[in-house]
Design a protein around this ligand. Sequence first.
Ligand code: EPU
Length: 417
Amino acid sequence: MDKLVIEGGVELQGDVKIAGAKNAALPLMAAAVLAEGKSVISNMPQLADVRTMGRVLAQLGVKVEGEGEVYALDATSITSDTAPYELVKTMRASFYTLGALVGRLGRAKVSLPGGCAWGPRPVDIHIKGLEALGAKVELEGGYIIADGAKLRGNRFVLGFPSVGATVNILLAAVAAEGESMLDNVAREPEITALVRMLNQMGARIDGAGTGTLRIQGGLPLHATDVAVIPDRIEAGTYLAAAGLAGGDVTLRGADPEHLTMILAKAAEAGLRITVTTDGIRVQKNGGMRPVDVETAVYPGFATDMQAQWIALMTGAEGSSFITDTIYPDRFTHVAELVRLGARVTMKENVARVTGPSALTGAPVMSTDLRASASLVIAGLAAKGTTEISRIYHLDRGYENLEAKLTALGARVRRERD
Ligand code: EPU
């Protein structure tokens, strides 16, 4: 198993190219299943999760040609309605094949994804939404078996604006005869990107970016070409790294529209943020102020930036409170950050960070993707050597991490354990 070795204490300087967003790429890949023909998706991030999704789709019969940043997905012939446990357990987003297969074939057998390192992640809203469209859904042997041969448009209110449920219900709703109104849907930019692709494929969906989607279902769909939007969480992660380690970094290609809350909080903390023609420049000059955050659905503060924000706040003068309302148990990074010298205490879903801390390198362990990112940020700022083990978590969501950090001047290398 690989580990990442960081010699910390070096300021970061230069440009980093922000990759396509993992969480946008995965639903776009699933959407390609809906129509015959070859869809071409560009600006794909080169990540383990994207490759896993490619394997899931290939298993369904999609011809997957992935080369660098461009993936061609030919879904002319879908030969299987099953997404097996072995694949789904490694990546929750493969559960998007549920909506895609119900939409394309009228049936699906998809393994339940199960829990996560930081707790349960239910899929009840996904199921209720498909049922509202007329699908019959059963659980058998750990698999969701959906029969959606006669899907009809309907009105459905999501109990919570879940990103994944919005994706799955939408993929089925475009195939359901008649009009659907989905209320309380997720408003994340990744959903807007999915709607754009589906409309390009021939669907008629209004309301992207709002809480209500109106869908004229049952229209013929065809393959299309799209580009993945930039990864706002990768951008936010490099912002936090520059903020804690210090320096002057331009996040090339990042979309400031998708980062309004994070940029506002970073500016409040005292980082200098400048939106340039090709990205966002982050400069640290002087100390940082503590800034509280509470995670919320978009456009609120992303839970996927919570761990990185805790790392950043270890460098601020005073106490900050970081609350996760989306995933109250998503704090496995705290104990590892404490090993690096962070002063963080937990009370339920609230972390109190007291800084500034003089972090020092130590061996630490990755527990999930964003937790690992927070350890990298802390390691970059820490004096001495930090060894982060189990970095396969990082490979799921950060493209060319060592190369990008090295180009910014960091001393980072990958070693085999
Ligand atoms: N929820 C339910 N029932 C459901 C679905 C969700 O109660 O049927 C609850 C969850 O328990 C949670 C909340 O709704 O409290 C939000 O979950 P959501 O469904 O929106 O999350 P997700 O679709 O499973 C995506 C991202 C996550 C990100 C969350 C929240 C992808 C592939 N994953 O997950 O990203 O944390 O939205 O923004 O898009 C990551 O990239 O590191 C990551 C975990």
